[in-house]
Design a protein. Structure first.
Length: 280
């Protein structure tokens, strides 16, 4: 079935909204208000396992490709959100603005590069490398997700990065050093940036909410005779049965609202991690 742009956007937005909700929720993390800086918070994960799941789901959101047949987009949920910011099928009085800003902020964060020093004792290498945060996330998230037998691609990528920075390490040695990378990345680098990342992702969820609230306000119809009954009136552009089911589900997500309040991450957790070379 070929769906129109509005229908594809509906499906993509629902998938993305729920994917973000799987990352930014009270089951994975908790917010602690910073007493000295009103409005700012520090994010704490319930356990290291919760923090690892956060990274795995975050990698899935920003890197793993989805089904083009459903969303019309070849790429990750982040690509789907970027496309929604172009099609803007539900934009009312610039309601898309907050979502656009949130998507751009996350992309900027992921593409940022800074020199990081990684001591890798297993291969006796003190590596100074500069790659994007997305590349570090790819290494860390895939290592947490897969067993060693399924990490040949990651090992190959690490060997390539090290070679590009002047370190000669055979690809066969890399799996032995993956625990060194885990200690530096998931247990240090991304643990430090967990608060900032949570803010960026939560802003996307609130951006979707702001974008769709005007549409929800028009579509939502309460039953005048039954207090708990309601329905949604479909926009003219949502014509086919399956996209209508996705629209209903999407509006129910808007009705529920984001799991976390709006917040700003603690300012001292938006500087360089202990692994990074300070900028001049």
């Amino acid at each position: 079935m070929n769906y129109n742009k509005a229908e594809q956007e509906t499906i993509g937005l629902c998938i993305c909204l729920e994917a973000v909700g799987d990352i930014t929720n009270h089951a994975l993390l908790k917010l602690h208000d910073a007493s000295k800086f009103p409005g700012e918070v520090t994010v704490h994960f319930h356990t290291p396992i919760h923090q690892e799941l956060f990274l795995i789901r975050f990698l899935d959101l920003v890197k793993e490709g989805g089904n083009k047949q459903l969303t019309g987009v070849t790429g990750s949920c982040l690509n789907v959100l970027k496309e929604a910011c172009n099609t803007m099928s539900f934009n009312v009085d610039r309601s898309i603005t907050e979502l656009k800003e949130a998507v751009e902020a996350l992309e900027t964060w992921l593409s940022h590069k800074n020199e990081v020093t990684l001591w890798l004792p297993t291969i006796e290498t003190n590596a100074k490398i500069s790659v994007s945060r997305l590349e570090f996330l790819n290494i860390s998230g895939n290592h947490l997700k897969h067993n060693l037998s399924r990490l040949t691609g990651v090992s190959r990528e690490i060997a390539k990065i090290l070679k590009e920075h002047g370190y000669k390490v055979s690809e066969e040695q890399i799996p032995l050093a993956l625990d060194d990378f885990k200690e530096h990345l998931s247990e240090n680098y991304f643990a430090y940036y967990g608060t900032w990342l949570s803010e960026l992702l939560n802003n996307i969820r609130w951006g979707i909410q702001s974008y769709l609230l005007p549409t929800y306000g028009v579509a939502y119809k309460k039953d005048p005779n039954e207090e708990l009954l309601y329905s949604y009136e479909y926009p003219a552009s949502i014509q086919h049965d399956v996209p209508r089911q996705w629209f209903w589900r999407l509006m129910n997500n808007v009705r529920t609202g984001p799991y976390l309040k709006k917040f700003k991450g603690h300012r001292y957790l938006k500087q360089e991690s202990s692994l990074e070379t300070p900028r001049a």
